[in-house]
Design a protein around this ligand. Structure first.
Ligand code: CTP
Length: 402
């Protein structure tokens, strides 16, 4: 009963993904949370309030002016009672209203009145999601402290594909649990995280890189910040926004990442290197665009620095954690890296397994420590996996570092 005594208000807007929120509510209840539901008028066209009432065991709020069962000013009492608000699916309309201070229905009114953290989970057609006004509204709300969960990419209700799908209910609940966790067990820890790919230029229009989305490293940064750590995130080029409360340093190349990491390293207690650093770069990068010729082309590559190995040589009392994506002999290969780079632990994943590859929101990880112990974890969201990594990091520290 992880969420016993926690009060969550779920605001449901009118979108086809509203049916998935039924499972979100069911999962929150199973974790012991007290769940109240506010549905907009349009949400009720997709899912009947009765469904939510049956799951939450509470009256569902559908109207600003319905007769109260007992006298309280509902939008104020719910706003005060909530430990967390979740708005899912959040439509472009609701995001626009909140960004503009419009409070003209029960959901927007209650959210406007709350001091609880508000987690917004947008879901809409991908062209709507990428619309400049919608994106500006999202940025505005992020700047005001609202917490956003990125939509998934995939096939949409209307049959086209793109970014805008509601994430899986399990991932939404994981994020909510993270936000509700009172634990500030990493307070005092200064953590350096790296994430994403690096990009090595061949000429001004071409580069060498890899499929890393940055999601795992960003999840570690987010989870650590939620648990009270002071987090610096050195990130290669990715398409996701920095988590709240994290200092972001954006870089492109492996050498830029190395410089940024070495600069931050003296002030940190632990490093989690989740970046997929390109091992090679073009030996002779061209300042001008290379023109096509009739011949085949050979690009000579030269080695990039091994950042983590360098840190291993100067680690002192810091905790060093690496990541490795392997296709075979997972534990053996991972253990070799622990030795070679002087690490305290490594997080290994077999990228050939479904749900564990690049770009997914889930991962299947093994956490391998220097003493040879292996924590074998099942498929879970990257955020939940990030918390497991931090749990292990905390165990290694034995409170000696932070
Ligand atoms: N790493 C690094 N600098 C590099 C390459 C890797 O700091 N030039 C870090 C990664 O961020 C990761 C760890 O080292 O935390 C292991 O990365 P991986 O690519 O699995 O290891 P490599 O040493 O590059 O070995 P290989 O690619 O041959 O498996």
């Amino acid at each position: 009963m992880e969420l016993k005594d926690k009060s969550v208000v779920v605001g449901v807007c009118g979108g086809i993904a509203a049916y998935k929120v039924v499972e979100v509510v069911s999962r929150l209840k199973k974790l012991g949370a007290d769940v109240d539901i506010i549905m907009t008028a349009n949400a009720q066209k997709f899912v009947a309030p009765l469904t939510f009432r049956s799951l939450s065991h509470r009256p569902v709020i559908t109207d600003m002016f319905d007769e109260p069962e007992y006298w309280d000013i509902k939008h104020i009492s719910l706003a005060k009672k909530a430990d967390l608000f979740i708005i899912a699916p959040a439509t472009a309309n609701m995001i626009g209203k909140l960004a503009s201070g419009i409070a003209d229905d029960m959901l927007s009114t209650t959210v406007t009145a709350t001091k609880a953290p508000v987690m917004i989970v947008p879901a809409m057609n991908h062209d709507m999601y990428s619309n400049a006004v919608v994106q500006q509204n999202i940025e505005r709300l992020k700047g005001l402290g609202y917490i956003f969960m990125e939509p998934d990419t995939g096939v949409m209700a209307e049959g086209t594909s793109g970014k805008g799908r509601l994430p899986e209910p399990a991932s939404i609940v994981d994020m909510a649990v993270g936000l509700l966790k009172p634990a500030c067990d990493l307070k005092g820890l200064r953590l350096l995280v790296t994430a994403g790919p690096t990009r090595e230029n061949i000429d001004p229009v071409r580069y060498i890189s890899n499929y890393s989305s940055g999601k795992m490293g960003y999840a570690v940064a987010q989870a650590a910040a939620e648990r009270g750590a002071d987090v610096v995130l050195v990130s290669g080029p990715v398409s996701i926004g920095a988590p709240r409360g994290v200092k972001l340093i954006s870089v492109n190349t492996a050498n830029e990442m190395r410089d940024a990491v070495l600069k931050e390293f003296p002030d940190c207690d632990a490093v989690v290197m989740a970046a997929a650093v390109a091992d090679y770069k073009a030996a002779e990068g061209s300042q001008l665009k290379i023109k096509k010729s009739d011949d085949d082309m050979v690009i000579r590559l030269e080695k990039n620095p091994d950042i983590l190995k360098e840190l291993g040589n100067i680690k002192g009392s810091r905790i060093l954690a690496g990541f490795c994506a392997e296709t075979d002999h997972l534990v053996e290969n991972a253990m070799k890296k622990v030795e070679a780079k002087n690490l305290d632990m490594i997080v290994a994943n077999d990228v050939t397994m479904e749900g564990a590859g690049f770009g997914t929101d889930t991962n299947i990880i093994k956490i391998i420590k220097r003493d040879g112990s292996v924590t074998d974890l099942p498929l879970m969201s990257k955020l939940a996996a990030a918390h497991k990594v931090l749990d292990q990091l905390r165990l290694i520290s034995k409170n000696e570092i932070f």
